[in-house]
Design a protein around this ligand. Structure first.
Ligand SMILES: NC(=O)c1ccc[n+]([C@@H]2O[C@H](COP(=O)([O-])OP(=O)(O)OC[C@H]3O[C@@H](n4cnc5c(N)ncnc54)[C@H](OP(=O)(O)O)[C@@H]3O)[C@@H](O)[C@H]2O)c1
Length: 247
C-alpha cells in the first residue's frame, strides 16, 4: 500500500456505520481524516481518533437542509486538496414506484447520485494534477442492474454511481487516479435495527451478514492494487452462502 501519511481524506458519512470504520482505518494509516456526519457523532469520533494520536477534523453538516449540496460544494472547495474521497452516506428509501412522489425522487437522486457527482467534480482534477488520487463510492445492494419492488428510487440512483466510477478511471487513470465501487448486500451497522439484522441473518446460510471490518479489509486490499491494472472496478461484497431475497 502507498504511504498515506501525507494524504488528506474526506469521508462523507464518516461519523458512523461503514464510514466510521473507514475513518478509523485511514486515521491509523496516519492520513489526515475529515469526518463529515450529520450529528455530534462526528466530533466524538474525531476526539477519539486524536486521543489515539491520529489527525482528524469533524464537519457536522446536514445534507437535509435547503441548498445543502451547493453549500457543501463551496465548503469543500475551501478545504482542498483531497487525496482520497470516500462517500459512505447514502440514504435508503423503501417505497414502491407508485408510492414515490416528486419530492421523494428529488431527495433520493440528489443524495445518492448528485452528491457523489458534485464531490468528484470538486476533487478529481486536483488529484490528477498531483498524479495521485483514490475514490471509494458505495453503490446499492447489487452491481448488476435489475428490477426492485420497494427500493426502486434508491437503487436507480445508485446505479448511476457505476458511470461515475468508470468515468474517473477512463479519464484520469493515466494520472494515477483510481475509483472503486462497493456494493455490499447487508452490513451490520449501528444504524440498522436489531429486528432488521435478525431478519438478514436468518436469510444467511451461515447465520451472518457482513460487518464493518469486512468492508475495511476490502478497502485496505484495494489500496494495495496497482491502479494501472485495477481501476474503475465495481465490487460485489457479500458473505458466502447468503440466500438472495427476492431474486
Ligand atoms: N448498511 C448496508 O447494509 C448497506 C448495503 C448496501 C449499500 N450500503 C451503502 O453503503 C453506504 C454506507 O452505509 P451505512 O449504512 O454505513 O451508512 P448511512 O446510513 O448511509 O450513512 C451514515 C452516515 O451518514 C451521516 N448522515 C445521515 N444522515 C445525514 C444527513 N441528512 N446529512 C448528512 N449526513 C448524514 C451519518 O451521520 P450521523 O452519525 O451524525 O448520523 C453517518 O455519518 C451508503 O451509501 C449505503 O447506501 C449500505
Amino acid at each position: 500500500m502507498d504511504n498515506l501519511a501525507e494524504k488528506r481524506v474526506l469521508i462523507a458519512g464518516g461519523s458512523g456505520g461503514i464510514g466510521g470504520a473507514l475513518s478509523r482505518f485511514f486515521a491509523k494509516q496516519k492520513a489526515h481524516v475529515i469526518v463529515q456526519g450529520k450529528s455530534s457523532n462526528a466530533s466524538r469520533l474525531v476526539k477519539n481518533i486524536v486521543t489515539k494520536g491520529g489527525s482528524a477534523e469533524s464537519w457536522e453538516y446536514d445534507f437535509d437542509t435547503p441548498d445543502a449540496l451547493g453549500n457543501f460544494e463551496k465548503l469543500l472547495r475551501k478545504h482542498l486538496p483531497i487525496d482520497i474521497l470516500v462517500l459512505a452516506y447514502g440514504p435508503l428509501l423503501s417505497l414502491t414506484l407508485p408510492d414515490m412522489n416528486a419530492q421523494d425522487w428529488e431527495h433520493i437522486v440528489l443524495h445518492n447520485l448528485s452528491l457523489p457527482g458534485i464531490l468528484l467534480s470538486v476533487c478529481v482534477s486536483g488529484m490528477a494534477q498531483r498524479r495521485w488520487g483514490r475514490v471509494f463510492l458505495f453503490g446499492g445492494t447489487q452491481v448488476q442492474s435489475k428490477g426492485y419492488r420497494d427500493i426502486v428510487g434508491y437503487e436507480a440512483a445508485k446505479a448511476g454511481i457505476s458511470v461515475l466510477i468508470k468515468s474517473v478511471a477512463r479519464t484520469f487513470a493515466a494520472q494515477g487516479v483510481a475509483a472503486y465501487g462497493f456494493y455490499p448486500n447487508y452490513v451490520d451497522t449501528e444504524y440498522v435495527s436489531a429486528a432488521q439484522k435478525d431478519q438478514w441473518k436468518h436469510n444467511s446460510r451461515y447465520g451472518r451478514i457482513l460487518n464493518k471490518e469486512d468492508i475495511v479489509d476490502t478497502v485496505s486490499w484495494v489500496l494495495k492494487a496497482p491502479v494501472h491494472v485495477i481501476n474503475g472496478v465495481l465490487f460485489s461484497l457479500r458473505p458466502w452462502g447468503i440466500k438472495e431475497m427476492g431474486e
